[in-house]
Design a binder for this molecule. Sequence first.
Ligand code: ZN
Length: 415
Amino acid sequence: MAPTAQQDEESRYAEIARSFPIVDTHNDFPYLLRVQLRNQIHTHNPFNFNGELTSHTDLPKLRKGGVGIQFFSCFIECKNPDYLYQDFDAANSAVRDTLEQIDVTKRLIDEYPDQMEYVTNSVEALEAFQKHGKIAVTMGVEGLHQVDTSLGVLREYFHLGVRYITLTHNCDNPFATAASSVIGGLPDKGLSDYGRSCVKEMNRLGMMVDLSHVSYKTMHDVLDVTKAPVLFSHSSAFSLTQHERNVRDDVLVRLKDNGGVVCVNFFPGFIAQNGSTSATIHDAVDHIAHIIDIAGWDHVGMGSDFDGIPEGPKGLEDVSKYPDLLIELMKRTNASDEQIKKVMGGNVLRIWRQNEDIAKELSKEIQPVEENWKERSWKFYGYVKDFPEVYPGSNKVYEETTEFDNEQTLFITEK
Ligand SMILES: [Zn+2]
């Protein structure tokens, strides 16, 4: 009996997947560890990542799905529950909490060394899958509120292994305007001057600029200045589902020049069409196909948002289901093997490598960006004015913008 077209696509996909990984750019599993287990992965006995968990993500499901490179999101929410909150200078614990998410992600990888490998660049990532048969894991940070206005913190996140930062989550920050703020009625101010400096520094480091969650103007402003291809780590197409954080067609067109990639978010609320509140695997295929129609095969990937959403679409419920999605896409588009590899993760690997290459060049030409956020407050004890100057007059450079607490003395005297 001759094989049916369907068998044909399934066996062709299986052949491709033997040597090429699925790359997913956005999975929130570490956040579940925080919320439910307080990051204690040894203390709680039922937790076994290599067993069948009830979350969207576990090792057996990742293997079944053919996931070879996983970006885990080290997400911490905005500091104030009011998403229109604008006091960016207020003290908060976002940096501590982000470091905890980086820590638990790395400890999770270390716990299963036969199955996962921590990687820091695109070459290591592909080798971990193709040569060592492991799932390569790297990290993203979801919002510049998590650097707490500081480019120094951003640099250290890079050194800790973070390979993309989303410019905003659901709140504005000193760098950029969020889509959620525009929904809430605030003006779309796009990327600030400080945000432009931040993009420059991210390009210099090789930290991918992630435009998921940002406003429409922020997307355009970044495309005007970035020297490297951008990532949308978990975003879908606005033409099909009119959510403010989805990507409009004119932005998709600009990706042809920039080289960037939109990794489609599976959350039903971002892909359901025609007023429906539920979605199926076919809606996800529609979004991928639309991005291909407008921007081309070089500009699309997958960023599921699994475990950061209540549930996936019907037919695409967890990380084991990527093959079903790609087989559907093959049926729909008559894609070649090379085209399917691009959607599986080839495009993401390409822009990751391009960001690395561009960083190598830029870091020869420019120094680390030392700029501070202009509205940041600097407070010190008054007695530091008596400390030695670094050079004559150095004590005076920022005197006008410094607040001194003159009540504090250097010596505590016993009473
Ligand atoms: Zn998100």
